[in-house]
Design a protein around this ligand. Structure first.
Ligand code: SAM
Length: 205
């Protein structure tokens, strides 16, 4: 299996990927599904948390669009790069190096939770319940959630962890009302079509 597609477990594996540059998800491009949601004003500027923010491309986009952003990742090098990019862009973002289960975020304070590629990793590691606890703990009732994750309808063996539509629904339906579950493609470096994905837009019950 190519190095870039090997499953990663724990912060050291992810840190190593950032050190080695084996980060195919890190396109440097604003995710098109996030951009569409923001441009359509489906979610408007508010207190926002991005989990598994990587090197911060989307967090910076949200800050530039007027969102009050806290962005977290447990790989220290990802956050170091994200901080440098935000400084260069002149954006103030509260970056935290933390496991998603140990965030320093007040309970029920988040009005928009954004995640590109973290939920599907937690799930693969058998840590879905940690993810669900995080959603329950930090997202305000009525808050919006946009999760972008791998899609099990993909015909390819490699790529991000894959989740079926049924699994997405059963993982979140108790906590959230699912407004949209639609397929799209992640973008790879240079804007070429990447792996098949889901965009999941939800409201916390
Ligand atoms: C596929 S990458 C996506 C990064 C970024 N969202 C992007 O789109 O470029 C998943 C990210 O989640 C982070 N991550 C994985 N498990 C995590 C956990 N338990 N707590 C915090 N971050 C985690 C990894 O370090 C990695 O940066």
């Amino acid at each position: 299996m190519p190095e870039a597609h090997k499953p990663r477990h724990g912060s050291e594996d992810w840190q190593q990927s950032y050190e080695q540059g084996t980060t195919p998800w890190d396109s440097g491009l604003i995710d098109p599904a996030l951009r569409a949601v923001i441009e359509a004003r489906e979610v408007t500027p508010c207190k926002t948390l991005e989990v598994g923010c990587g090197t911060g491309t989307n967090a910076i986009y949200l800050a530039q669009a007027g969102f009050d952003v806290t962005a977290t990742d447990f790989a220290p090098l990802a956050i170091e790069k994200a901080r440098a990019k935000a400084t260069a862009a002149g954006m103030r973002i509260d970056f935290q190096v933390a496991d998603l289960a140990e965030l320093n975020v007040p309970a029920a304070s988040i009005e928009f939770l954004f995640d590109r590629g973290c939920y599907h990793c937690l799930r693969r590691e058998g840590r879905l319940s940690d993810y669900q606890k995080m959603v329950k703990q930090v997202v305000k009732p009525g808050g919006r959630i946009l999760i972008l994750c791998g899609n099990a309808d993909s015909p390819h063996e490699y790529g991000p962890p894959k989740v079926s539509a049924t699994e997405v629904c059963s993982d979140f339906e108790k906590l959230c009302r699912i407004e949209r579950l639609s397929a799209y493609h992640f973008e790879d470096v240079g804007g070429t079509e990447g792996p098949l994905a889901w965009q999941v837009l939800m409201t916390r019950r």
